[in-house]
Ligand binder design. Structure first.
Ligand code: CA
Length: 223
């Protein structure tokens, strides 16, 4: 899952981005309202964490612009504006949630998890298919009862493919949702992680869990 963090205080931005990356998210950072809109236009985010007191363009104006363009990107306002009227305004303008600073990081993470889960309402925290069990809260996976030792990116690929089971997922889609702007488009990181993931799965499963669909992408198909 790829997030955009819009926060002008560098220290706070750094701490939050670090915590979210540790929790397994790809995170891009914007430091003012205009940069936020620019990144929003060129990338595909699953969720945006949006500060309101921002230089160049206020967070509420950023929110309005995004909502003119789409209603599906999840937006969580993270602001020091604590008045009820501010919270009502933010939610009325289309934010999905509002958290007041100072905040507890665990609560921010829980709210993000909750918003991202809403998109897949039929899917609970534990996902199961083809002998694989993925715990999206603990970020752990097992296959036929064997726990899988997966680096963050491999776990994220597996989780994404299972959330989109029975759909062919393209490489571009995986890169958009799993890597942030640090991704080098000329690297073969995606292919490398898929190979490594497939190898680990083949050690504990008889069936080919992740199929390569030539020229299109990857697929986990439920029997
Ligand atoms: Ca601010």
């Amino acid at each position: 899952m790829r997030l955009l963090l819009v926060e002008d205080e560098e220290m706070l931005s750094e701490i939050v981005a670090k915590g979210l990356r540790k929790a397994g998210y790809a995170v891009d950072k914007a430091f003012d309202g205009q940069e936020a809109l620019y990144l929003y236009e060129i990338n595909e985010y699953d969720l945006i964490v949006l500060d309101l007191n921002l230089p160049v363009m206020d967070g509420i104006d950023v929110l309005k612009k995004i909502r003119e363009a789409d209603n599906s990107t999840k937006i969580l306002i993270l602001s020091a504006r604590a008045k009820v009227d501010d919270r009502i305004l933010g939610l009325d303008k289309g934010a999905n949630d509002y958290l007041i600073k100072p905040f507890d990081f665990g609560e921010l993470e829980a709210r993000i998890r909750n918003l991202l889960r809403r998109e897949f309402t039929q899917i609970p925290t534990i996902l199961k298919t083809k002998g694989i069990v993925v715990d999206t809260k603990l970020k752990k996976a097992e296959c036929n009862g064997n726990s899988l030792d997966l680096p963050r990116k491999e776990y994220a690929i597996l989780e994404y493919l299972i959330m989109h089971k029975n759909e062919v997922v393209s490489s571009e889609q995986l890169i958009e949702h799993i890597w942030d702007n640090e991704f080098d488009p000329f690297s073969n990181a995606l292919r490398y992680h898929i190979c490594s993931l497939k190898k680990k799965l083949s050690e504990v499963s008889e069936t080919d869990i992740i199929q390569n669909v030539r020229g299109q992408g990857y697929l986990i198909e439920e029997d």
